[in-house]
Design a protein. Structure first.
Length: 230
């Protein structure tokens, strides 16, 4: 049973909405390949870091179980959106709508891409939250910057490797695939570092406003649990 604590906290629901929004944006942009600093990468490189940044904030302030719960909500919404869009594309277009082929091409995310996004998104996000929560315990809540950077570095690494490998192995040449993984990994990590001047005051403000600074000393880290109290 999926349980939430949105009624208990003032801003948890808003952060959940932001997380779902960026997950959905990623769902429909990840299949597009663009050039970033001369390297072929997924277009989601420009928006997906927000997913990890929000996950970091959720884990740091509210705890791993809350972040995990919102991740499950995001995954459900992502799958639901994909199914609904697929069903909508099955409806025959009006004779006056002459751009249906282009419309179908843009919105039809291949099954392989969709599976890659779900696997990479879930695994990378869980890994990110786990590392941050554990580091917070190990250093007694000090060095916030180290937790944010290290958890993102490791989580984005897992995400980039899984997504590019599952989605593009055998389709994109290896001499483009490997640099794409590395560039995506590096760029997303740098994005987190550049956001630190904004993240620090935001985290402090949230902790004060919500009256919580959670430590996951007794948390069940099983990623399959959907109970926000564990």
């Amino acid at each position: 049973m999926l349980r939430t604590d949105f009624g208990r906290f003032k801003y948890l629901g808003f952060l959940a909405i932001l997380s779902v929004t960026f997950e959905l944006i990623t769902n429909f942009t990840s299949a597009r390949l663009v050039t970033f600093w001369g390297v072929t990468v997924s277009a989601s490189i420009y928006c997906f870091p927000m997913v990890f940044l929000i996950s970091d904030i959720l884990t740091e302030v509210y705890g791993y179980s809350q972040a995990r719960n919102i991740l499950w909500i995001s995954i459900f919404c992502r799958m639901l959106a994909g199914v609904v869009v697929w069903l909508m594309l099955l409806i025959p277009p009006s004779p006056v709508f002459t751009n249906d082929a282009a419309y179908q091409m843009v919105l039809s995310t291949g099954l392989r891409i969709a599976i890659a996004g779900l696997i990479a998104g879930f695994t990378g996000d869980i890994f990110n939250s786990y590392v941050l929560a554990k580091m917070k315990i190990w250093n007694n809540g000090k060095q916030l910057w180290a937790r944010f950077v290290m958890s993102t570095f490791l989580g984005e690494g897992v995400n980039s490797i899984l997504f590019f490998t599952v989605a593009f192995y055998g389709v994109v040449p290896m001499h483009d695939l490997v640099p794409g993984i590395l560039m995506s990994w590096l760029a997303k990590t740098l994005w987190e570092i550049m956001a630190l001047p904004l993240t620090y005051p935001l985290v402090r403000w949230l902790k004060k406003s919500e009256g919580i600074d959670h430590y996951d000393r007794h948390t069940n880290f099983n990623p399959l649990i959907t109970d926000a109290t564990q």
